[in-house]
Design a protein around this ligand. Structure first.
Ligand SMILES: [Zn+2]
Length: 414
């Protein structure tokens, strides 16, 4: 096995999560009677370049041709995107002559704000059904996987981009070096690229092992992201630490030699070094953190079952499927979950085969306990689900360690 960034063979095991199906492969009722393919989910670190990675066993077209994730189903995510676009338009002086390109533009959750602001834009989205939803809301969208060929074609047709946005996609590309070159190809020589990606600092520090799944091929520190981007002639000139997805990096990137790096870069690198992430040994605590989550959650669900309490889930995110599969939770312990995404409703979670209903089902059924699977939305869900107290239900979150939601009477989650 070779490191996909530096080709080293010195990869060491960090966490073995067993064999699981791709986490977005929700099953229809008919598929319940068909074979279901699983792949080993084994996180390793490269001792040479420190890229945290899993083997690329699935190809992106298996995942993305009909993708189940519509970003617009999260209110907080759409707000986050609007704030970002407003800020970028002001900071980078974008106007009706500019070009904004978003890679993995999903259902237009972000570019709709560029359209509203009169900024010419183009989305690149591999999933046919998700890209169609973007076009329906008036966001120009090309269907395809970004590679060097597509980047050259877009540049020839639309010109170089003043801003390229690549949010929550840089982890999803198995051909990391080719993808990085494609990003550079899209970009004007004095342009900007922003990348948001989950920060491995939080993965390790808070034991967020369920962010590891087949669709995420690599997990970045600022240090390993700098190294990856350098392969395409790109320099990280500034960095922000964001609370999204349990802690993300927002990288501000430009072609080599255009700008001096901000002092914030040295500060974030120092935080990572302090946390031990600039040595391969610094990742070794993740395994015991994951075991604690598994044991605590199983103990709790078994106690609920023994006490006659009915437990339902809230949400069916990709990370929930890593958690459910790794913990071995099936409908005897979690009878169903609910999700706002109509695509998932009526389907079953991959591997664990837990039925997914619309959210209204929760109010009709009134379970005793609701287990929230998208723990990164704790504040939003605590506020959204406060009415379950009316029938005496408890809301619990499994991460970073199992804990109940704290409802406040003002209506806002704390
Ligand atoms: Zn490497």
């Amino acid at each position: 096995m070779h490191c996909r960034l530096c080709d080293s063979v010195r990869l060491v095991s960090v966490l073995d999560l067993g064999a699981t199906p791709p986490c977005e492969k929700f099953l229809t009722e008919i598929e319940l009677d068909e074979p279901e393919t699983t792949y080993p989910l084994h996180l390793r670190i490269c001792q040479d370049c420190l890229l945290l990675q899993i083997p690329a066993l699935i190809t992106p077209d298996e995942t993305f041709t009909e993708y189940a994730y519509f970003a617009s189903y999260s209110d907080s995510w759409v707000r986050h995107a609007k704030t970002f676009v407003d800020h970028a338009v002001t900071q980078l002086d974008l106007d009706a002559q500019s070009l904004l390109v978003e890679v993995a533009s999903n259902d237009g959750y972000l570019l709709q704000h560029a359209v509203a602001a009169g900024i010419p834009c183009l989305g690149i989205e591999p999933s046919v059904n998700v890209g169609a939803a973007a076009r329906e809301r008036g966001v120009p969208t090309t269907t395809g996987f970004l590679d060097e060929e597509l980047a050259a074609k877009i540049r020839a047709e639309y010109g170089p981009a003043d801003l390229v946005v690549a949010n929550n996609v840089y982890a999803h590309v198995p051909d990391l070096i080719g993808f990085t070159r494609a990003l550079r190809e899209l970009l004007a020589d004095d342009g900007w690229l922003t990348i948001e990606v989950h920060h491995a600092l939080n993965l390790v520090r808070h034991g967020q092992f369920d962010t590891v799944y087949h669709e995420h091929f690599q997990y970045y520190t600022l240090l390993s992201a700098q190294y990856a981007l350098a392969t395409g002639g790109l320099t990280v000139v500034d960095v922000e630490l964001l609370p999204t997805h349990g802690g993300s990096l927002r990288l501000w990137v430009r072609p080599d030699g255009v700008a001096q790096p901000s002092p914030r870069i040295a500060r974030v690198l120092a935080i990572e070094a302090q946390a031990g992430l600039h040595t391969a040994d610094g990742y070794s605590g993740l395994r015991s953190r994951a075991e604690v989550v598994r044991h605590d959650l199983l103990r709790y669900l078994l106690a609920c079952r023994a006490g006659g309490k009915r437990v339902a889930g809230y949400g069916a995110p990709g990370k929930g499927n890593t958690l459910l599969n790794y913990c071995g939770i099936r409908p005897d312990l979690l009878s169903y979950t609910v999700d706002r995404n109509p695509y998932k409703q009526g389907r079953y979670t991959p591997g664990t085969r837990i039925p997914i209903h619309p959210p209204e089902h929760l109010d009709a059924d009134r379970p005793d306990v609701v287990l929230a699977l998208p723990w990164n939305l704790e504040a939003e869900l605590t506020s959204q689900l406060r009415h379950i107290r009316d029938w005496g239900a408890h809301l619990v979150f499994p991460m970073p360690t199992l804990h109940p939601a704290v409802f406040t009477d003002s209506g806002d989650a704390r």
